[in-house]
Design a protein around this ligand. Sequence first.
Ligand SMILES: [Zn+2]
Length: 268
Amino acid sequence: MPEYPEYIDTHSHLNFENFDIDREEIIAKLKKEGVWTITVGTSVADSRQAIALAEKHEHLFATVGIHPTHEWTDDEFAMIDQLSAHKKVVAIGECGLDFFRGPATGGPVTEESKMRQGQAFARHIEIALKYDKPLMIHCRAAYEEAHSIISAFKTDHKLGARLRGNMHFFAGSPEVAKKFLDLDFTLSFAGPITFARDYDEVIKNTPLESLLSETDSPFASPTPFRGKRNQPIYVKEIVKKIAEIRGQDLEIVQKTLVLNAKKAFGLS
Ligand SMILES: [Zn+2]
């Protein structure tokens, strides 16, 4: 395995069934091309699968967590806590708040479901602090609420100063971006930046050291693969676009994004 990967896709779901037919083939290709990826858990079951993949492949890492749109139990959090100690678990999540999509079980986002999401987010934060690992945050239509939960932990928890993380698939305004950068969080971007211009201003105005590349595969394929299943190798298109939007040398951007990911998640 190359000591310095060419690219790091910081958020993918190779554990999802979309990859059942050719997962090992895809993983072998990543290794050949020097691409590392973090396989993100969204439930206890697929967090376990993410760990199993990371145990088997040096160039894969894992996160464990329960997606904000999923229901949860105390027992499940006890299991997430246990899994978090694993050395290839490099972040806790994806966790956070999604006030847009509503519960995976169907129905609208109610005040009660918002409260349940807030409780689950706090549980993830406790685990992240306990194991001194960063958060992988999914946030939609709830940036203000997520920011205030994180800020409260930062100031009130005895280990709060250690709290750090990444805002995955960031889609907030430049003002919102600044608020999370001020908390020492990173922002990662995926496929939509290749075809929608809504992200340009934030990508341009964020220090390069605070940006990360991701695919969120199998979702949200970048141009020129739109409409097809996304995969971690397409992270190359994201990096290319970030360099283009910023008007910076591709090689510098590529190298810096790799270093950023290694630093943010302690990858080696
Ligand atoms: Zn995801």
